[in-house]
Design a protein around this ligand. Sequence first.
Ligand code: C2O
Ligand code: CU
Length: 477
Amino acid sequence: MSLPLSRRGLLHGSAALAGLSVIPGSLSAGQHAPGSNGAKDTLRTLTARAGSAMLNGRQTTGIWGFEGQVPGPVLRVPQGEDLRLRFANQIDHASTIHWHGIRINNAMDGVPGLTQPPVASGQTFDYRFRCPDAGTFWYHPHKMSSQQIGRGLYGALIVDEAKPPQVDRDRVLMFDDWRLDETGQIHAASFGAIHDRAHGGRFGNTFTLNGQHDHTLAVRAGERLRLRLINVANANLFAVRFRDHVPTLIALDGQPITPVPAPEGVVLLGPGQRADVMIDAMGKPGARFAIEMILSRSVETVGHLVYAQEPPIRTTPLDAPIALPANPLTTKLDLANALDVDIPMEGGAMGRLAAAQHHGQRMSLRDLVRSKGYAWALSGHAGMPRKPLFTARRGQTVRLTFRNRSMWPHAMHLHGHHMRDVGTPAAQAWWRDTVLLFRGEEKTVAFVADNPGKWMLHCHMLEHHEGGMGTWFEVTG
Ligand code: C2O
Ligand code: CU
């Protein structure tokens, strides 16, 4: 991997374009061509419906998926353009679509009861919003999320840079776990189980990459790959490893970073988090390398980098920059005048939470569990409060201090904004929409509240969220 660089790679520029949009179900380029918003345009429909998938390689499993497939289609839109589509809900439950990580117009954020009414079964809802940041995002329902995402309703939303770095292939890799029963079907009886809510969340027994138990990532020796890794699991956190290849991180949660080799060669992803990596595929023609999910108790092979037999397209890594252009994110924090918000995170099994507020009433943990199925509190409140946790003036810097006073890890997700860890050295202070906190950990993050509206802040361990670990704030003006 430490071979000297050459200039020959520049000859392969056209290959970068050829590598795009090859994932099955990907939108054809014309549907998002700039200026395609004319009146005659037909609105693309994205339908949530039942389907099936070969998740474990042995039998088909009934799933819910966008277009009946898992993952749903890859949506691509040029940076700064509008994404427009009609969501058609054909599952038997109300739903919405949330566009995870997009600094979106609040009305399009897809949070039922906060930004829009739920979309009833059989109904449609039209989403239209601008995508200000280029990068790797994803979409999923924000209603009954544990079950709807857990059954397969998710897909990638890729916002393309006007001038992306030169690569030979650009691929989305969505990692998931599933809880299947003995017959290979989704274990439905345990959706909403209080045990999962009070512990680490719903963990699976079957592991997939792009909905397959052994996904083939075809490459040719010498190619440069841009891979967009997304953790779409309900609650599991894991590290991704490409055997004998060291990925270089170029973006986290859609926001570019100064490129850095992945620490220890692995990419750690909490639920909801993404990482864009570059890999120079310098293996031999015909070789195969495992793609692995490293979990706390096991290592699961979910796919392979499979090298074609053809000779290398180049023998030293492509000599071209890999850094991404900056996004138009407000990165100037006014910490001296920040609005400070303290967020103790309490509850769960083996925790110390005795009681919490719920809609103005103090309830014991026992009563919260029994009457609401809640096991968690943020800032002393269990479940969605009627009033916002805080209100920021538009443009104000907000500093959040997360204090994980529980025995479990959490992935705190901020809607409509990206935040930076202000407690670590600047070089590692990456802008993210979802931050991981291990047990007992505290983290101080800050962001500029420049997007007006009502925004959620919740744990992306979906059973924790369902178990009371979600709140919201408002940006006025
Ligand atoms: Cu990916 Cu509020 O969610
Ligand atoms: Cu959590």
